[in-house]
Design a protein around this ligand. Structure first.
Ligand code: B3K
Ligand code: ZN
Length: 841
């Protein structure tokens, strides 16, 4: 496959004023007619006229009305064109019903829908399918489907047709079309300048009762973006459509967001608190793209973090404002360490702005998204809140309507703050996770912290700019120096705090102020002190996490008993009624076995998945036994008596109650869980209880009842599939996953269902890493099978092998063999070829 390089960027030779598209819909033979006005781009280098196009049957092509015969290749079309402006027309035929890759125009449950980002528009018609070509689109859809939608504002409609016009120039990746038998949940929003916007969530008949939360979240997002960023919506309508077959979460097409139904449909009976929170965040994310992504887009796909990092950062700010900022931050760091750190520290490592790719879909990664958002958080921490707000105003002002680069983004900050960001820019080009070590010195009332940074595995890494938030606590636990952001720019650098009466205890990297690994040899007693006293909620949680990791590590490597002192300190926090229950639930959650494997590997220990599983089981049993006296009472205190509400208050109580139930189940064999399952009137309680029963191995009747109750609900049945694999004992995980693939409802071509089984298998750490290789083999078998239908979802799932080099030789050999078997498969897609090559490389 061909490799594309950032440094090879050249502008397209023409501009497009307007695009007219007509769709004549038919499942196996949709006709797409396009009429495009091309004008020469004055500054572009001389080039052949080439339009992207894949899997298209060309029916006719014409320039200024005269038919032509262009040269066709599997990648597109080439032909001679006039020197000046001209009108280019084509008619092509495509088969949406045969499109199982779910990219371009395809069908899901009889409904037509599209996914064009990154390069799917070229499967719809011939076009310069690159984000720096922006045009206004007029679309006519012809078909018998009752609902026919595209981007922008509705135009005329009548018997068998509907027209749409999008006045905002956009790249082709933001194009969307939806047609089918859909019903809408309507709403409306009045913008800050008094414009009325019609809002709709379109769903399959029967799903109408699952739209209220999505609508509430959309309205909250629109209001928030006006209030916090001064951004107003810019069309008469905003449509959201729920689609069952979708490769990712959702897509921000201009005025017509398309959502994986799992990321928009919600009801208390069918969705968990976590689902509600995720839906709120994704609705916000896609809506926020209207400004950060659509009005200002990317010049080329290497700049993906320009829109994704910023939009993730904006949606995390939104969630912090809607819920608890501390809990959100802790959750984000857990996620970053679970998904981005392994990527940055393994064979898939790449900079936030990659410099080459073979298949761009493989770069919609945690590094581009989540590390991209961390980089923006650091920038804001360095320049301050006001300067950040001013810079963003300038960004929108200066670049509205343009396709931009990271250089443009940083120039805005340089110009508005006067700060030189040359060194900061390394965050966009250097891969790897920096490690930050600290030493302390105390002399005559002056406390000095000396930091050193290095990035393992990256010989050429230059020192990064690190904002290190530090506060100091006095011996009695009072804060003697409030949070101060130290700006580290050197490989080694000291910072002094003077005028102190006694040696303080430092709280370093508060709020996780930079995405680094903090290496600090601290005594357990100092960690316990921070766990008890730190005023920074993140570091309080982090102290606990450190202690938990140390405890599990000692249990695995030295066979010690669980750490009494730590469990005592943790108990104080968990039982402290003045603290947010959601925070206490986070404190109770142990590091995952995958996180422990990463931790051990970083300490030079080869992780043994079976030993890690055994240690976390015995630690959980010890917690339950030790706390048996109060677990039940505290759980009872978490009961919610009011009608269901997915907000932070109630969901925090349910999270704590759920964590306590899991411990109680270790004492009562599942009696309390069974009672909760029987009485549950919402999915959080029902699924939480079912998970406990699966863990206890007493789930049989409950599982059957659950399936009976939810047979007709695809999204709930995804949970049924997922839970059995994720929560079962490791020795059964692969067998159970394999048995589920033979279940009549295992629709493996549906990405949600495929992920429910195999994503969960990968998450059952010791189960996936079963010593005999069963887990690896089963997954590879299915990846080989899925690749023929859906390369994108297959390639994405290959990343579960990214940590293969961490394990013992025998497991490494087994994983390597499966990757090689995948690589050797004839006709392997470009997507998976690139992934497997990088994984093995
Ligand atoms: N921009 C889309 C992701 C498209 C993925 C293409 N493989 C969703 C989002 O980030 O909002
Ligand atoms: Zn996005």
């Amino acid at each position: 496959p061909q490799t594309i390089y950032l440094e090879d960027y050249t502008p397209f030779g023409w501009r497009i004023a307007e695009v007219h598209l007509t769709f004549r819909l038919a499942p196996h033979a949709t006709r797409v007619l396009s009429r495009i006005r091309f004008d020469p781009a004055p500054d572009a280098p001389e080039q052949d006229f080439f339009l992207h196009g894949e899997d298209l049957t060309l029916i006719r092509a014409a320039i200024d009305g005269a038919e032509i015969t262009p040269a066709l290749s599997p990648q597109g079309l080439r032909c001679a064109v006039p020197d000046g402006s001209f009108t280019f027309e084509t008619e092509v035929e495509i088969a949406p019903a045969a499109n199982t890759a779910l990219e371009g125009l395809y069908m899901s449950n009889g409904m037509y829908c599209t996914q064009c980002e990154a390069e799917g528009f070229r499967k719809i018609t011939y076009y310069p399918d690159r984000p720096d070509v922006m045009a206004t689109f007029t679309v006519r859809i012809e078909g018998t489907e009752p609902v026919k939608l595209s981007n922008g504002n509705p135009g005329g409609s009548g018997n068998g047709y509907a027209e749409w016009h999008d006045p905002w120039p956009k790249p082709a990746y933001l194009f969307a079309l939806v047609a089918g038998d859909l019903v809408n949940h309507p709403g409306s929003f009045t913008t800050m300048s008094g414009k009325e916007v019609a809002l709709n969530i379109w769903v399959r008949p029967g799903d109408e009762n699952k739209c209220a939360w999505g609508m509430e979240s959309l309205i909250a997002s629109m209001r928030w973006d006006e209030k916090v960023y001064g951004r107003e919506y810019d069309l008469d309508v905003f449509n959201i459509v729920a689609v069952d077959d979708f490769n990712m979460g959702a897509m921000e097409n201009k005025g017509l967001n398309v959502f994986n139904s799992s990321c928009v449909l919600a009801s208390p009976e069918t969705s968990t608190d976590a689902n509600f929170e995720r839906i709120e965040a994704i609705i916000a994310h896609e809506y926020f793209h209207n400004w950060t992504g659509n009005r200002i887009t990317c010049r080329d796909w290497f700049q993906l973090c320009l829109k994704e990092g910023l939009t993730v950062y904006r949606d995390s700010q939104f969630t912090s404002d809607m819920r608890s900022p501390e809990v959100k931050r802790i959750g984000d760091v857990i996620d970053l360490r679970a998904r981005q750190f392994p990527e940055d520290q393994g064979p898939l490592s790449h900079p936030v702005r990659p410099e080459s790719f073979q298949e761009i879909n493989n770069f919609y990664t945690a590094t581009v998204y989540e590390k991209g958002a961390e980089v923006i958080g650091m920038l804001k921490r360095l320049v301050g809140d006001d300067a950040y707000a001013k810079a963003l105003d300038l960004y929108f002002d200066r670049h509205d309507g343009q396709a931009c680069t990271i250089e443009d983004w940083l120039a805005v900050f340089q110009d508005s703050t006067g700060r030189d960001l040359t060194q900061f820019k390394r965050w966009y080009s250097q891969p790897g996770t920096p490690h930050l070590s600290v030493t302390e010195d105390w002399q005559d009332g002056t406390f000095t912290l000396t930091f050193a940074q290095h990035t393992p595995g990256q010989q050429d890494a230059q020192p990064q700019v690190l904002p290190i938030a530090v506060g100091l606590l006095g011996p009695n636990g009072d804060e003697v120096a409030p949070t101060r952001v130290l700006e580290m720019t050197e490989t080694r650098q000291s910072f002094a705090f003077d005028g102190l009466g006694a040696r303080p205890v430092p709280s370093i990297l508060r709020g996780f102020s930079a995405p680094v690994v903090l290496e600090r040899a601290t005594s357990a007693s100092e960690k316990s002190f921070l766990l008890a006293h730190d005023t920074d909620a993140f570091n309080r949680w982090e102290a606990n996490r450190d202690l938990a990791r140390a405890c599990l590590e000692a249990m695995v490597t030295e066979g010690t008993e669980p750490d009494d002192a730590w469990l005592g300190a943790l108990e104080q926090v968990v039982r402290d009624d003045t603290l947010d229950p959601a925070f206490r639930a986070l404190m109770l959650a142990l590091p995952t076995q995958a996180e422990m494997a990463q931790h051990l590997h970083a300490n030079g220990v080869t992780p043994d998945p079976d030993a890690l599983y055994a240690a976390s089981e015995s630690l959980r049993n010890a917690m339950a036994a030790r706390w048996s006296g109060w677990l039940g009472d505290l759980r009872a205190a978490c009961t919610v008596d009011a009608p269901y509400d997915p907000g932070a208050g109630q969901s925090g109580k349910r999270a704590l109650g759920g964590a306590l139930l899991a411990l109680l189940t270790r004492l009562d064999g599942g009696a309390a869980a069974q009672a909760q399952f029987d009485a549950a009137d919402n999915m959080t309680l029902q699924l939480g209880a079912l998970g406990c029963l699966v863990q206890a191995g007493t789930e049989h009747a409950a599982l059957a009842r659950f399936a009976e109750q939810w047979r007709g609900d695809r999204l709930v049945m995804d949970k049924w599939f997922a839970l059995q694999v994720a929560a079962t004992a490791p020795e059964n995980a692969a067998t159970r996953a394999e048995a589920l693939t033979r279940h009549p409802d295992f629709d493996w071509k549906n990405p949600n269902r495929f992920r429910a089984v195999f994503g969960s298998l990968a998450m059952n750490h010791a189960g996936f890493h079963a010593r005999d290789g069963r887990g690896y083999r089963l997954l590879a078998d299915w990846l080989i099978r899925l690749d023929e239908k859906n390369p994108q979802t297959t390639a994405r799932m290959c990343s579960v092998f990214q940590t293969w080099r961490r394990y013992d030789n025998a497991r490494q050999a087994l994983m390597k063999a499966e990757l090689e078997r995948l690589a050797a498969k004839p006709g392997l897609s470009r997507d998976v070829t690139e992934m497997v090559t990088r994984l093995l490389g």
